[in-house]
Design a protein around this ligand. Sequence first.
Ligand code: NI
Length: 267
Amino acid sequence: MIQLSREIRFALLPTDADYPPSANNSWGGWPAIDLAVPRLALRAVITGIPDPVTGYVCNIKVLDQLLRTVVSDALIPSFGDQAVSGETIINSALAEVRKRWQLPDELIRIELSLSPYLGYAIDTENDKMIQITQQFEFSAAHRLHCDTLTAQENRATFGKCNNVQGHGHNYVLDVTVGTDALASGSAVNFHEFQNTVKSEIIDRLDHKHLNRDVDYFAQINPSVENIAIAIYNWLDGKFDGKLIAVKVFETPKTWAEYRGPNTAGER
Ligand code: NI
């Protein structure tokens, strides 16, 4: 299956703001907006069969215009003058996109960013659930080493990551929880969600040497894969909503994502 995504960026301007209508649909571009208002991003993810001539699943201009119309005709008139939750906006965006959908392709997912660190998504095949992803950070040291391997094997396998004194990373952690899309407001208590991640994960790992300070990693190699699995297990069952995914970035170029033990043999 091929997936195609298009993102538009928009500002929730007050309806009486003295800006040209096109300013509603642009930030980081032209026309510039100098008001302190929410800057949001709305994405549609679609699937279809690429046209044999053009190679297009769909002409991106058509999808772009549909999303812009949803913003200008529905979201800004509805929400430009009030503080609303991400759940409210993405529910409305999905309903309005569906109302206008005339493409032969299938809409499979819609996403909304309230900031670079807080995102909402709905998969259309499971549109009773909104997925909320919050980004967290922690810094930690670790050493990649296995006692069952010889010193030479450890060096050959882990290279400089086997350094005796360890080395550090600024880890980035994305936690995704699911909330009932039909609930009024959020079925996830957002402050409790963040406090739980802080008490269960950040306080446990931040500014620690994982091998030495965290019992779990005394015998388990703190690879980014094992860190993601551990964080998932520490968080699972701790929220009102469902824990969907844990993604840990060890560097901007290396990350691991764990969505739970749904494959035989997985922890
Ligand atoms: Ni490392």
